[in-house]
Design a protein around this ligand. Structure first.
Ligand code: J2J
Length: 538
């Protein structure tokens, strides 16, 4: 089994400790300390469940013993695919307590993605909830198991059928290992996958806990806060910015909202007196549309965070008048760097920028295509390094070469400019992916699937501006032989067992790709040309 590491140069690690960013906290210690300090305070609410900090801790201990009794060994990797319910936390903290390494999959992922994570992480276990959103995850688990037999243990929350049942786990404190080291990798997060398949992002206890502890402070979380997750909790944003982990760190209450739909969410905001939640821009638009007509009392909501994709200033300006709360823009990435507008910033900064970095030691470089810093205020490629930004992906030699500079800066792929006040404004991006309502879809990954179709000679997938989604995907296809139906291509994508958000929104058949340039052009230029031609024709 390949070890998983994430390290920073020694002198920087020392600096990050000296400055108090890395405090030697670990996930197991964090929950144990809180459960001891305020056992009866409510930690998480969802469905019929309402667990105190003490209860979450006991459930996590039981889970940990169960995982180890099954035969999983500390250090092994376990894929977790559970939607917004309290068991997400008992499973994940159970894994932390057992010294196991969670790999966070999204509920939308299907066989292709899960099998890929299983192989890359060399995972030994897979935990799912029986059903979610009408989909049966046990069927998926069977398929993945058949494809990757090394995934020895499947655990199901709910009706387990032939698999191990999570609810049957029994406590056994004698099985639990000691505390991990704060510099150990705690889990693997999933990258947006800007080129090809999603990559695995190793985050350490020290670095990640710093990012959400500081986030919780910036977002004003305390014991009286009620943080609701409406986006899928496995996403880095609702997990850590400040997310469910930031909420636990601050001793707040978490509300697991099963769907981001305005009616469901508004009812929960009223019932649980939610004070803060986070959305992607399209959902924020829907909530603003629904708010004036709702019968629910939303007055407890103090902060609406919006991030994951660019929130347009015209829409951003409407948040306060429509929802009666402060907008907070969040520009972050699972690889590290997170920027926030601050709650007391002037309205123009809140509306027009994507915030500033969490840490005084987040290094931000804005460079041209040759790597030279641009003039102050000009836009360029955003490079960053700092106390919670990774230096490497797991098990990705080629991607690591591309994604990090020699001196350890992460190439975000985003094009930004910095205002005089030090706030970043996202202007666009340099990499070829589609940011579809905050879900990142790699053009290359979709093209690979399309090229496997017998009637597809060539394919190029591009992002098209969309008034609601922000961007949608359009696949340009040069057919081979008889021209297939667009619906047949979409149906084909579904047989590839990928997340539904990767199915192209639009299909265009073309005879050839126009290339005005002499000789070969790059895929990137080709995609840019097709996109422009599409827009010109609109
Ligand atoms: C424009 N683009 C944005 C924003 C992310 C907090 C919030 C979001 C994420 C996230 C996250 C954007 N405006 N406000 O992990 O902790 C685009 C950028 C970025 C990419 C990262 C968090 N907020 N983006 O979205 O790993 O292109 O993380 O590089 O999914 O989303 O995507 P992801």
């Amino acid at each position: 089994m390949m070890p998983i590491r994430q390290t920073w140069p020694e002198e920087l690690a020392r600096l990050y400790r000296e400055k108090g960013y890395w405090r030697g906290e670990t996930f197991p210690r964090m929950l144990r300390e809180r459960a001891a300090a305020f056992p009866d305070r409510i930690a998480v609410v969802g469905g019929e469940e309402r667990w105190s900090y003490g209860e979450l801790h006991l459930r996590a201990e039981t889970a940990a013993a169960g995982f180890l009794k099954l035969g999983l060994k500390p250090g092994e990797r376990v894929i977790v695919q559970i939607g917004n319910r309290p068991e997400f936390l008992s499973v994940v903290f159970g894994l932390f307590y057992a010294g196991l390494i969670p790999v966070y999959a999204l509920p939308a992922h299907r066989r292709t993605e899960i099998a890929h994570f299983a192989r890359k992480a060399e995972a030994a276990g897979y935990v799912v909830a029986d059903k979610g959103d009408g989909f049966d995850y046990r069927v998926l688990a069977r398929e993945v198991n058949a494809e990757v037999p090394e995934l020895r243990h499947v655990v199901v929350v709910g009706e387990a059928e032939e698999f191990a049942r999570f609810e049957d786990f029994a406590p056994d404190p004698s099985l639990l290992p000691g505390n991990p080291s704060p510099s150990d990798v705690a889990f693997l997060q999933i990258s947006g996958g800007s080129t090809g398949l999603s990559k695995l992002i190793p985050r350490t206890h020290d670095d990640y806990i710093y990012s959400f502890r500081a986030s919780a402070e910036i977002c004003g979380l305390d014991a009286d806060s009620v943080y609701m997750t409406a986006l899928p909790v496995a996403h880095n944003f609702p997990m850590s910015s400040p997310g469910v982990f930031g909420a636990l760190h601050a001793g707040s209450c978490i509300v697991m909202c099963p769907s981001p739909n305005a009616q469901t969410a508004f009812a929960l905001i009223e019932k649980e007196k939610v004070t803060i939640t986070g959305l992607v821009p399209p959902l924020a638009l829907l909530w603003m549309q629904a708010a004036p007509k709702t019968k629910h009392d939303l007055s407890s909501l103090k902060v609406l965070q919006v991030g994951g994709a660019k929130f347009m200033p015209e829409a951003a300006r409407r948040v306060r008048p429509t929802l009666g709360c402060t907008l907070q823009q969040v520009f972050g990435m699972a690889e590290g760097l997170v920027n926030y507008t601050h709650l007391d910033d002037p309205e123009d900064i809140i509306v027009e920028t994507q915030g500033r970095p969490i840490s005084p030691d987040d290094e931000v470089l804005i460079v041209d295509d040759e790597g030279k810093p641009v003039a102050e205020g000009e836009s360029g490629n955003l490079l960053t390094r700092g106390p919670y930004t990774i230096r490497t992906y797991h098990n990705e030699l080629a991607a690591n070469e591309r994604s990090f500079t020699q001196d350890g800066f992460y190439r975000t792929g985003d094009v930004v400019r910095r205002t005089r006040e030090g706030y970043l404004v996202v202007q666009g991006r340099a990499t070829d992916h589609i940011n579809r309502a905050g879900e990142k879809v790699s053009a290359e990954e979709i093209e690979d699937h399309l090229l496997a179709h017998p009637q597809v000679f060539d394919a190029a997938v591009v992002s098209i501006p969309d008034p609601f989604l922000g961007e949608r995907s359009c696949a340009f296809i040069i057919p081979q032989g008889e021209v297939p139906k667009a619906a047949a291509i979409k149906a084909w994508m579904r047989t590839r067992n990928v997340a539904e958000f990767k199915v192209p929104d639009q299909i265009r058949f073309v005879e050839r790709f126009e290339t005005t340039a002499v000789g070969k052009i790059s895929r990137k230029e080709l995609r840019a040309q097709l996109r422009q031609a599409f827009l010109d024709a609109e």
